[in-house]
Design a protein around this ligand. Structure first.
Ligand SMILES: O=C(O)CCC(=O)C(=O)O
Ligand SMILES: [Fe+2]
Length: 348
């Protein structure tokens, strides 16, 4: 297996300049605004939805956020706040307390996409610009994929916390997909049934301080390929979502969970709801940690626009796709914003 450079090692070596492989082309570098004439006062955060409200108002707010943003915060989500704290804490402990030789025992197979373990490189092809990020990917659902002995043993509660977090995130993902279905006038289980049993992965990302944040990205611009992602971050900002041409920095909100709509949901809803194009930026002084929980269809599932949303007046906008093929083109070509989803657009 080829030796992979760990970003944390570079950062700890105190380099003043990032190696050339991490320098983004000019048009990808982090900038405040991407639109030619930036809106006079772009919003300063994604919508915030309180899940303890009445269900009619939740549905209405979720519908609007999914049409306009594909990203929103939820609070009063029912996931114990202590568990959010614990997963950030065990994740940070792996990256910051575990000695490098021990970390390397968990190295993922960098030649195969989304393999479980400690990694630093999202795409296997050699010519892509590298992200300023190390991560640990856990395969958590279905249970047949969950093997906690592949996860760090230290701190002693690491494996229990990840397993518990997986279960709570699954329940929350089901709940939010139900609101989304209902907000479109569909049967409550419509989107979830189209996705089928969740394939869930939990990725803890660690972005070390970067000596040249203006030249790099922690994670390149992309939309997530599955159905729905639930993300938490620490108190260091870095996640940005694209809204009407502007990159909006998602202000960290303690106790909230970020919901990111992913590409298969955009297809199922025939484009009524949009997947979120997002990226992570770096900063020069503080390490940042995020935990993303992805909920995807099985590889064999065929995803197409829900028949209830398609009519003569509203023809299908996307070609159906077997999820395996979607994933393989995403990893081969790279995300480049939302190009993989755009490739499925039908002529209108
Ligand atoms: O670190 C973040 O805030 C973004 C992570 C993300 O987008 C991903 O892992 O797909
Ligand atoms: Fe993402």
């Amino acid at each position: 297996m080829e030796a992979i450079t760990r970003v944390q090692r570079l950062a700890e070596a105190g380099i003043r300049q990032v190696p050339p492989q991490y320098i983004q082309p000019l048009d990808q570098r982090p900038i405040k605004s991407k639109s030619e004439s930036p809106s006079p006062s772009p919003p300063n955060n994604i919508p915030l939805i309180d899940l303890s409200k009445q269900s009619e108002s939740i549905k209405c707010e979720i519908g609007q956020a999914c049409r306009e943003w594909g990203a929103f915060h939820v609070i009063n989500h029912g996931v114990p706040l202590e568990l959010l704290h614990q997963i950030r804490s065990v994740g940070r402990s792996f990256f910051e307390q575990c000695p490098m030789p021990e970390k390397l025992k968990y190295s993922c197979d960098s030649s195969s996409a989304a393999s479980e373990g400690y990694g630093s490189k999202m795409l296997a092809n050699d010519d892509s610009v590298l992200d300023w990020r190390d991560y640990f990917d856990h395969h958590t659902l279905p249970l047949s994929r969950r093997n906690p002995s592949n996860w760090p043993e230290s701190p002693p509660n690491y494996r229990r916390v990840v397993a518990e977090y997986s279960d709570k995130m699954e329940a929350l993902a089901v709940k939010i997909l139900k609101y989304m279905s209902e907000s479109l006038g569909l049967a409550p289980s419509c989107i979830k049934d189209a996705v089928g049993d969740f394939y869930q992965n939990i990725t803890i990302s660690y972005y070390p301080p970067c000596p040249q944040p203006e030249l790099t990205l922690g994670l390149q611009s992309h939309s997530d390929m599955g159905a729905i992602t639930l993300l938490i971050q620490d108190d260091v900002e870095g996640l940005q979502v694209l809204k009407d041409g502007d990159w909006i920095t998602v202000q960290p909100l303690a106790d909230a969970i970020v919901v990111l709509l992913a590409d298969q949901t955009q297809i199922i809803t025939n484009g009524e709801y949009i997947s979120s194009q997002h990226q992570a930026i770096t900063n020069a002084s503080k390490a940042r940690l995020s935990v993303a929980t992805f909920h995807d269809p099985a590889k064999t599932v065929k995803i197409s626009p829900a028949s209830e949303l398609v009519s003569k007046a509203s023809p299908p906008r996307y070609r159906g796709v077997v999820y395996k093929d979607y994933v393989s083109s995403w990893y081969t070509k790279g995300p480049d914003g939302k190009r993989n989803l755009d490739a499925l657009l039908l002529d209108s």
